[in-house]
Design a protein around this ligand. Sequence first.
Ligand code: MCA
Ligand code: AMP
Length: 504
Amino acid sequence: MSNSNIYELFYSKFPSDPEAVFLEHEQGSLLYSQIENETGKLAGLLKQLGVKKGDRVIVQVDKSAEAVLLYLACLRVAAIFIPLNTAYTAEEVKYFMGDANPHLIVCRPQDYETIVKNAKELNVPHVMTLDEQGCGSLADAKASAPINTNTEHCSVSDTACILYTSGTTGRPKGAMLSHDNLSSNAKVLHSYWHWEAGDVLLHALPIFHVHGLFVALHCALLNGSKVIFLSKFSLPAIKENLPRSTVMMGVPTFYVRLLEDPEFTTDMCNNMRLFIAGSAPLLAETFKAFENVSGHKILERYGMTEAGMITSNPYDGDRIPSTVGFPLPEVSARVADDKGNEIERGEVGILEIKGPNVFQGYWCMPEKTAEEFRDDGFFITGDMATMDQEGRISIVGRAKDLVISGGYNVYPKEVENAIDEIDGVKESAIIGVPHPDFGEGVTAIIIKESHSDITEENVMSYLKEKIARFKQPNKIFFLDELPRNTMGKIQKKALRDTYRDIYQ
Ligand code: MCA
Ligand code: AMP
């Protein structure tokens, strides 16, 4: 039986030129010809630490070439790679440690003490560090580790990664993505977006989510392309590197910020072949303004942690603003009613999907997994959509209570739970309202207990330790009561209507 380990697929595409650059990063360059040896050393170290196939490795580190090598090394030993957003607080990370029961945690040096303390409590055997320069105890130990030349055999359904995604209950769930989920999606995107010889990817996304780690890096790896690897999104770095790039992927905020910059011009985009947007809705006005300035129609696609990329606007055909295009090859999609029955074209329903990209289930949560699949295997995305006669899909809303801020998902329940713990708070509601930079701004409406003198500052200082900065409200309002319907359910739509202009 052939080896479905996705590393084997990448390896088969490495360019034969020994000088071909994979990552051009702030400390120098990583060549394709170095990947095998460097990941071999890291894989040797992982094995020395006792990491076996199926063991979990949690990684919460800043973006660096070494972090990418660590990802590839985990694939090689068939450990399950679990990347975490660097914005997560110690308390959030402790939940993931308890849930995933990892064999190893790799963290930033500044977080080491806290993580070790929690690791002891939770019986996690090893904690190592890696900083943004690629230094730390992991790199030190790697230097003397035996080289592992093997790439572990994997079947199509073996889990390669777990990515945590919060939920409407407020408790994060680990979506298990198999080697085949990742490779099938990567191959489809590589072909659908016409990757070609000489393509250079401008990479400014974080590498702890699907967009930056899988969609962007996997396409480049399959193409043997050079990646201009920026540590984060910064306008000066983007403007400097666009003339040397051919492909860029970003969340809508990237494009909004570029448009606000008077120095961003058509000339900068002369070498560009493709701008791709996703993770949140791209406003039609952004699409049009970007076309006016750059001469490029942004290609918008739609995806989810549980399924990677699902639909895409066409490469050659019409890219229509406010639509997310067609289901990708091998992906079946239907717009359905709340029982999973397909409804008429043009009507609004819930998007359901099926295909080799759809995940294996939530880690240790079989009931949650079962709830989100229909009997015929379709996964319920929770996104409201329409499909036209040609099969083109538009995402028109969300059935799930979710706010997307700058491409990061914020589940209101999680923030409400944290606020409701505060002394003096009776209840709260979190809503997303239009925000010029982040798309949606996280906004809190709080009802105090009678006689409480709690202030906005009290709430913010409590949340600082509890939840990541991007989940914390941009604005807080205190009301006497929340609007409710006759069933007693909070009317979030009414709240969104009331506060819709607060960031304009
Ligand atoms: C930073 N801040 C944010 C966000 N990012 N607040 C709300 N929402 C955010 N997304 C906070 C910072 O902590 C800081 O707080 C303040 O806002 C200003 O930071 P700034 O420097 O302006 O922001 P930034 O560092 O430039 O980051 C903005 C960003 C970044 C570049 C848009 O958020 C980003 O890279 N987003 C990409 C997310 C992503 O990759 N999503 C893909 C998920 P303070 O001032 O208090 O310090 S994958 C997915 O969704 C699916 C599968 C898909 O379809 O792709
Ligand atoms: P995540 O859980 O981070 O994977 O976020 C997935 C969610 O992001 C989807 O369920 C959608 O609600 C949203 N999303 C991703 N891409 C798009 C897009 N192009 N347009 C609208 N929503 C999107």
